[in-house]
Ligand binder design. Structure first.
Ligand SMILES: *Cc1c(COP(=O)(O)O)cnc(C)c1O
Length: 378
């Protein structure tokens, strides 16, 4: 058997085993109550997530992509309006822009943090810009203070894509601390199983501190109705399953612990690999905590793919998030606009490699990965 055989990118089975009793009981409760749609656990989980994040409103929905779509719909954007989005992200961040007939304006990211910076955003501003979607990629917040100030000056909406950073905390210069997803007009998150707070299927939520926007988002997610069978606007049907909410309500109690475990595992990788030449470590910024949705290295000298293969030969998994930046995706060729050059995003797509990262990772497992990386000739 290959030495890395038992290693996984994510270990959801191991995580479940530790909380099995609580989870099983919560699922059973839902089944026995038969309140499968909008049952009590949905409201309870939303309230607990409000308490946890400090957001005034949490609006559960069917998945993270829907959350982004509902946010843009609630902001009343018109076809042809421009929305700024990083070129290096998961497709959902930009897909919803195109879906609504808006124009995705792709901007480059900082190669150290993988996130958009104010400098990238500034160049993209036109008279048609209406919103920015900062993505807190891999678990660390964008530098939000600068982006929020800029948005205020130019009357732009901010929709944070917080699918990968739930529980991360951003520090403002005056000492104020806010959770990611609670600083913009909307914050959107995903409960996809492998996310830091994942359910056992699909799920998502919007967060906002704005009562009017919260009302609109709730209405849109519910067929555009506030009163049953009275439809004010065209909406959609996007609900968080009661069973998923019940599961999430259990897992939310462990989120801080889970994020801490990820952060510690990341620290161990970085310390143990620090003398290896040819790899660059994820940059941690003082303004944000890092919840390490992914632990992502940059492999220099064009050796990323050979390193990936070298790990694979020993049964060690690794993943490329993301192999193609948005500007190279066929789907965006005709509808998106880009400003400036997107060199860093292209370069990242060919140099990033994410190592196994999850809440159950042991030192022994990490040592297997570390030893193998050290054996590679860079
Ligand atoms: C996972 C993810 C989404 C979409 O979430 P789904 O629940 O899969 O729809 C959006 N943006 C980013 C950055 C993500 O990682």
């Amino acid at each position: 058997m290959k030495i890395g055989m038992k290693l996984q990118m994510v270990d959801l089975q191991g995580q479940y085993q530790r909380i099995k009793n609580e989870i099983d009981a919560s699922i059973k409760n839902v089944i026995e109550s038969a309140a499968f749609i909008n049952g009590t656990p949905v409201k309870e989980f939303a309230r607990h997530l409000e308490e946890f994040t400090g957001a005034k409103h949490v609006i559960p929905c069917a998945n993270g992509t829907d959350a982004l779509q509902i946010a843009l719909m609630a902001l009343n954007l018109k076809p042809g309006d421009e929305v700024i989005v990083p070129a290096f992200t998961y497709v959902a961040s930009a897909e919803v822009i195109g879906l609504l007939g808006l124009i995705p304006v792709m901007v480059d990211v900082d190669p150290g943090t993988f996130n958009v910076t104010l400098k990238n955003i500034e160049r993209a501003l036109t008279s048609r810009t209406r919103a920015i979607i900062p993505v807190h990629l891999f678990g660390q917040s964008c530098d939000m203070e600068a982006i929020l100030d800029f948005a205020q000056q130019h009357d732009l909406f901010i929709v944070e894509d917080n699918a990968q950073a739930i529980g991360a905390i951003y520090s403002f210069r005056n000492g104020k601390r806010s959770q990611t997803g609670t600083m913009g007009d909307f914050g959107c998150t995903s409960f996809f199983p492998s996310k830091n707070l994942g359910c056992y299927g699909d799920g998502g939520a919007l967060m906002t501190n704005n009562d009017v926007l919260a009302d609109r988002a709730r209405m849109i997610a519910n067929h555009g109705q506030k009163v049953k069978y009275h439809h004010e606007v065209i909406g959609c049907n996007s609900r968080l399953d009661t069973i998923q909410a019940a599961i999430l309500d259990v897992k939310l109690k462990y989120l801080n612990e889970y994020n801490l475990a990820r952060n510690e595992a990341a620290r161990y990788y970085t310390i143990q690999l620090k003398d290896v030449e040819g790899i660059v470590f994820p940059e941690e910024k003082a303004y944000s905590t890092h919840v390490y949705h992914q632990y992502t290295l940059k492999v220099e000298g064009g050796k990323r793919d050979t390193l990936k293969k070298f790990l694979e030969e020993d049964g060690i998994p690794s993943m490329i998030y993301y192999p193609l930046p948005l500007q190279e995706q066929e789907a965006f060729r005709k509808i998106a606009r880009s400003t400036g050059d997107l060199t860093e995003s292209s370069r990242l797509a060919s140099s990033v490699l994410s190592l196994p990262m999850h809440t159950e990772l042991t030192r022994e497992q990490q040592d297997i990965v570390i030893d193998r990386v050290k054996k590679f000739i860079f």
